[in-house]
Ligand binder design. Structure first.
Ligand code: ATP
Length: 420
């Protein structure tokens, strides 16, 4: 490993010009203030790997907020500061950057929130999750581009290894177990053998972590390009079952996630759709437990429960006698991801065309006439308007009205029938 690796050419080559200028200026201002400034974390790892990453995380030895204020003035950026944490976010048209005061962390007990103190970049790197995320690049002009690699991050990048910085890392913060799996699978790395043993040893500490923090890590996994890779690995390592003992990640799930991507293309599947497929093979009581453990937001929880509920009632949809208006009535109250999850995962092929018809066509159908039009045609103001609009929607759904004229004729017919 070269002792004095300098990343200034990687910075120039891989980051947009504007970000490079920002880093240069930040380094100059820091030096004038007598501060040391570093680029840290994922962006350093990705500069070395040649992967695109424009998330600038900067660490200052000294007051980060004061430096951020000067930067905001010099570059006309928006500035948000958090005095309590000694952090600041700078944002401008073409990008953003997070600045933090270098700090040390100590953990009084397993998985408790750490005690934080201002410190050096050395300590700031030591509190990090893995060696590959614990490198820094100096930004002050005297050292510009120099890699600070105190824990063997570069050699682990070359060896494709995810390695914790010390043996108590997962006890301090068990969410790092999920993070380790995420990086391993994203980068096609391996858990370094001792780190792997620590995962197995410390997996039970996951139960000490709040559902909110676990949910955050799970959501990060579901935003990866191929989340099933991390989920299958988590299953293999006994990590997935800590979310719920009945969860499985296997070939079935991988195939469904692949289908979800095809369905959602060109967008990525939503976290809600991925979650619905993850829990699809569980019963509603288990899904409720899963939702409450992870403290899922109301809307996400609803997607999961709707998906399971719909799964139990697919038989209704499979009958050829069911009209499109009935399909609409049954499904219009469901979260759309729940319907899509059933298209992808239902074990009842005869229901799938009806679900697909709803997602692709029925849910967009609206009558051409509105309340005002109905009044002009002679419908009395009040609840009758709503009822007529509903009847028109049903007529549209069942193909009994295709045009505005058809609808007008139906309304006049209904009014004549009422009068008669
Ligand atoms: P990604 O590539 O997924 O954006 P990142 O490496 O930028 O990941 P963030 O989650 O944005 O990761 O966190 C920024 C940095 O903070 C990480 O690189 C890591 O050094 C550190 N970090 C984040 N979470 C933890 C944690 N739980 N324990 C220790 N260090 C952490």
């Amino acid at each position: 490993m070269p002792e004095n690796k300098n990343l200034s050419s990687e910075i120039k080559k891989q980051l947009p010009k504007e970000l490079v200028e920002f880093l240069r200026l930040a380094g100059e201002l820091a030096q004038k203030r007598g501060q040391k400034l570093y680029l840290v974390g994922g962006v350093v790892r990705d500069l070395l790997l040649g992967r695109e990453n424009f998330d600038l995380d900067l660490v200052v030895e000294g007051d980060a907020i004061a430096l951020a204020c000067e930067m905001a003035e010099a570059r006309q950026c928006q500035l948000v500061t958090h005095q309590r944490f000694g952090t600041a976010k700078l944002a401008w048209d073409g990008g953003s950057a997070d600045l933090a005061t270098a700090r040390s962390e100590t953990y009084a007990k397993a998985c408790a929130l750490p005690t934080v103190n201002p410190s050096t970049v050395r300590d700031d790197l030591l509190r990090r999750d893995f060696t590959i995320n614990a490198m820094a690049v100096a930004l002050t002009p005297d050292l510009y581009g120099q890699l600070l690699d105190l824990y063997g991050g570069l050699s682990d990048l070359q060896g494709k290894l995810v390695r914790v910085l010390h043996g108590k890392s997962f006890i301090d913060d068990a969410t790092r177990i999920w993070r380790a799996i995420r990086y391993e699978q994203r980068l096609n790395f391996h858990l370094e053998p001792e780190t792997l043993e620590l995962v197995k040893r410390d997996v039970d500490y996951l139960k000490e972590v709040s559902g909110d923090r676990i949910r955050h890590e799970l959501e990060l996994i579901l935003k990866e390009e191929f989340p099933e890779k991390a989920l299958c690995r988590a299953d293999e390592l006994g990590v997935l079952s800590k979310l719920h003992p009945k969860l499985k990640a296997d070939d079935w799930l991988s195939a469904k996630y692949e289908q979800a991507r095809r369905w959602s293309s060109p967008d990525n599947p939503s976290v809600g759709l991925y979650l619905a497929l993850l829990v699809y093979r569980m019963g509603s009581k288990d899904v409720e437990e899963f939702i409450s453990y992870l403290r899922l937001k109301k809307a996400s929880g609803r997607i999961l429960l709707d998906a399971i509920d719909l799964k139990a009632n697919l038989g209704q949809l499979a009958s050829p006698q069911v009209t499109s208006a009935q399909v609409y009535t049954w499904l219009s109250g469901c979260a759309i991801e729940a319907v899509v999850a059933n298209i992808i995962a239902a074990g009842m092929p005869s229901a799938v065309p009806r679900l697909t018809e709803f997602v692709e066509k029925l849910r967009y159908i609206r009558p051409a006439l509105n309340g005002e039009d109905l009044k002009k045609l002679g419908v009395a103001q009040g609840p009758e308007i709503k009822e007529m609009l509903h009847r028109l929607l049903e007529a549209r759904l069942d193909g009994k009205a295709a045009t505005r004229r058809d609808e007008e004729a139906l309304v006049l017919n209904w009014l004549a029938g009422k009068g008669a």
